[in-house]
Design a protein around this ligand. Sequence first.
Ligand code: FAD
Ligand code: NAI
Length: 469
Amino acid sequence: METEVVVIGSGPGGYTAAFRAADLGKKVTLIEYYPTLGGVCLNVGCIPSKALLHAAKIMCEADEAKDMGITLGKPKVDLKKLREWVEKQTINKLTGGLSALAKKRKVTVVQGHAEFLSSKALQITKTDGSTEELKFVDAIIAVGSRPIKLPFLPDDPRIMDSTGALQIADLPEDLLIIGGGIIGMEMGTVYDALGSKVTVVELLDNILGNVDKDLAAPLYKRMQKRFKSFMLSTKVTKVEAKKDGLYVTFEGKEAPASPVRFDKILSCVGRTPNSKEVKAEKAGVNVDERGFIAVDKQQRTNVANIYAIGDVVGNPMLAHKAIPEGKIAAEVIAGKQHYFEPLCIPNVAYTDPEVAWTGLTENEAKAKGIEYEKGTFPWIASGRSLALGRDEGVTKILVDPKTNRVLGAGIVGANAGDLIAEVGLAIEMGCDIEDIALTIHPHPTLSETVAQAAEIIDGTITDLYMPKK
Ligand code: FAD
Ligand code: NAI
């Protein structure tokens, strides 16, 4: 077999790179180990988790509607139906769509496990065990990442990673989540809404990692009421699997004195790159001690005809970072002088409330000594937020005090993940704060809170009373 461009891995980075290279006239082969395209994102990541979060939201809203005088009765969940809905509604439609798009573009899709033999050839091991050699001109490594395994966790079916948790095989009465990062908070939201008692243990003194504390606070406050408990600044040191449950020993600030019993554990303490899987070193590609492949701004590795994109090249491990990297790699291979140089990459926790941030954070500004001015608009003054029955949201924008240019933003509340995109555009376009403040936003919408945060910095806010500086 021979091809011009081989793409290894069909996640959001890989399929984007393959499709873009084909659109630019290249003969492309896309290799994927699993029978469906789409990688972690479509099969066991972004999309199924968001479908479950949508179901969780309906459960919570049905319960909370009683405050409006609407009693719907206690929602019941049929796990089998829910699983089928997630698979039919999202996974099957999207992964099937990708196969159709690959066919239309004449991308050759090969199911098998790829390993480099050299910088010009790789070996594909098919599911039946047979092998085939593929010669290529250029290669794009898009092999993604997998969950980190804590070494002291025993092998026990009651201990899940994110893939296991998404399957919702059953609803444990007591669920321990190790890691209060994005997966922990999203999957905790799902299991809590469906009826499990959720405990989160987190090493740091904050949920969602390094996000500004004022942005994490509204989510933390709501989840403190819903979850059984949080143990911050605490870690797990031992898990004993017994017949009647998993007995967990903790250490740290909020550690209980003796082991605590749980029915199931979800371990989500970060992800590790899949570079070893592909034997990149046989092609002469440098892989660092953590397994990441270093690339330049054109996604090129130290080997001129080999590129890498997505989770395998480093943080942030996000689909919307993998996708543009995939485009750049394909375009560079096709001869275009393009570079991956975003000014900001948004982060979103699709929890309830959603937490989103992009560009400079206050934590980062303080750590690096960057001067900034901020405008924080509380959603208690947003008519639309109150009409949704919620008031805990916040929209915060940071600007450069000398130029008034937008540097970053954080938003907490319903649809924060959609709202943050406006600030991303403002940062990329070099907008100053007046550009946002003077842009007419539709009323009544949550998007107005972005303009209102801008008006605070601009000194023109009328929806709040701000004492004169
Ligand atoms: P992946 O999607 O990891 O795909 C890599 C593919 O390569 C896999 O299909 C794998 O089978 C294949 N592969 C690996 N080695 C080989 C080999 N040797 N031969 C052949 N094939 C191989 N990101 C977001 O932006 N938003 C979200 O809401 C979000 N939610 C998430 C929820 C969960 C539960 C998880 C786990 C992740 C989530 N992510 C989210 C992260 C996102 O899924 C990843 O950043 C993204 O999938 C990375 O894309 P990728 O193309 O680098 O690789
Ligand atoms: P994460 O890095 O977001 O969070 C892991 C958390 O575990 C951290 O807060 C860390 O301090 C904590 N931790 C580490 N070791 C621990 C220990 N021994 N005991 C207790 N806590 C410990 O990683 P997570 O949640 O596994 O997600 C992996 C990646 O997947 C994310 O970084 C993100 O890139 C991606 N993702 C993105 C989503 C989104 O964009 N909405 C959703 C889900 C995943």
